[in-house]
Design a protein around this ligand. Structure first.
Ligand code: PLP
Length: 415
């Protein structure tokens, strides 16, 4: 039996407030951003209170302490995903991480440059953050963007994988867990297909790193991106991980202070990785906050968290199964599936569903979830999405089910 991690809800100050109508907050929107435990808020504030200085720049004590805190945050975050710290680049977000990569692959001076005729493979279930940068890269370089489709059950359609990932494929950029369906993609099969043709694999781990143990070595991918704010960490901090031999080959995507080895009026040479990718004063306090978040999660145990969310998802799917007006969009079984449940209510626009739920203090996400092509494919204007984290409980699931029942009564829908 899984441990009920919702006992840790007390660690998150936001739950001490009430929301509409004096209701307690039932937060089911962690897929968009997670709430923050006090230790994370404290770590970020303490950086400003006691160490604030520009890292890697001053000779004074504060600069030294700030640099130590920043670099130990990098080591800690690297450990969390099974990486070497020299391979972890701090960015502002996963979106920025993926854009950095796409920009760098588009630079003809990069040791790995995308050229006309190359193919870049994505999937129909990508978040725009892992689609638009590759569309732009294809446009800039004359490469072709191709994609794997989805099955009716919300899984990746791998029936034509050997045609889609072929000898022209240079990059496969793929989500680890769909932010719409909750589907966990079989990365081993993707890596195998990519290796067969010498392509690189870029993993969008935005919805996986916050919810289950992710080890970059075990996954065998080449690059990985995630955002701090979904991992109980602060906003304004993201991670780009890459194999060091590949990062060495890439040109930086932005240029300026702190990332150079030497500069003349005619040009510059770059510092070692990861510094060469971190131009300007970085998001230091946020890196320290993210480090506190991964410490917190490590203490709880990622396998415990995964089990907890698994149980809640199972309960929600079982509840929805009994409601004839509700259609779950995505896998109905628990195999290779995370704690994201998208659904529609017959005859009711998702925004209306969200507004009624809000009256009961329930925060969910509604709309296209930054996955417009997927919504078009499904012929939907959007869905309502409930997504879990450790502070959610079975009571939250019951409250959601009861409130969705109210939605169906309110709008008097039937199948
Ligand atoms: C699967 C996925 N990829 C990328 C992103 C983009 O993350 P961010 O907006 O933090 O850069 C998100 C955010 O919702 C996501 O769910």
């Amino acid at each position: 039996m899984s441990a009920d991690l919702s006992v840790y809800k007390k660690d998150f100050p936001i739950f001490s407030r009430s929301v509409r109508g004096g209701n307690p907050l039932i937060y089911l929107d962690s897929g968009a951003t997670s709430q923050k435990p006090e230790v994370v808020i404290q770590a970020e504030a303490d950086f400003y209170r006691t160490k604030n200085a520009a890292v890697h720049r001053g000779a004074h004590l504060l600069a030294e302490e700030a640099s130590d805190a920043y670099e130990s945050a990098r080591e800690n975050v690297a450990r969390f995903i099974g990486a070497a710290s020299s391979e972890v680049i701090f960015t502002k977000s996963a979106t920025e991480s993926l854009n950095f990569l796409a920009t760098s692959f588009g630079n003809p001076d990069s040791g790995i440059a995308v050229k006309p005729g190359d193919e870049i493979v994505v999937t129909e279930m990508e978040h725009h953050a892992n689609l638009s940068p590759w569309q732009q890269l294809a446009k800039r370089t004359g490469a072709k963007l191709t994609w794997l489709s989805i099955t009716a059950g919300g899984r990746l359609d791998l029936s034509n994988i050997d045609q889609v990932i072929n000898s022209k494929t240079k990059i496969v950029a793929i989500t680890h867990q769909s932010n719409v369906f909750g589907t966990v993609v079989p990365i081993d099969l993707i890596v195998k297909a990519a290796r067969n043709v010498g392509a690189l694999v870029v993993l969008d781990a935005c919805q996986s790193v916050p919810h289950f143990a992710v080890n970059v070595k075990q996954l065998g991918v080449d690059f990985l991106a995630f955002s701090g704010h979904k991992v109980l960490g602060p906003t304004g901090i993201g991670v780009l991980w890459g194999k060091s031999e590949l990062l060495e080959k890439l040109e930086p995507a932005i240029f300026g202070g702190s990332m150079v080895d030497s500069v003349t009026m005619d040009g510059a040479t770059w510092a070692q990785t990861p510094r060469k990718f971190e131009a300007g004063v970085p998001n230091m306090a946020q890196a320290v906050g993210l480090s506190a978040a991964v410490d917190y999660l490590t203490k709880i145990g990622m396998p415990n968290l995964a089990q907890h969310e698994h149980k809640l998802t199972e309960e929600l799917l079982a509840g929805f199964k009994e409601m004839k007006e509700v259609t779950v969009v995505g896998p109905l079984d628990m195999k290779d599936r995370g704690g994201v449940v998208s659904f529609t209510v017959d005859g009711v626009h998702p925004h209306d569903v969200g507004q009624v739920l809000d009256q009961y203090g329930i925060a969910v996400r509604t709309g296209h979830h930054c996955a417009w092509p997927l919504m078009k494919k499904l012929n939907l204007v959007g869905t309502t999405r409930a997504s879990f984290h450790l502070y959610n409980s079975s009571e939250d699931v019951s409250s959601l089910l009861k409130a969705v029942e109210k939605v169906t009564q309110y709008f008097k829908v039937s199948k």
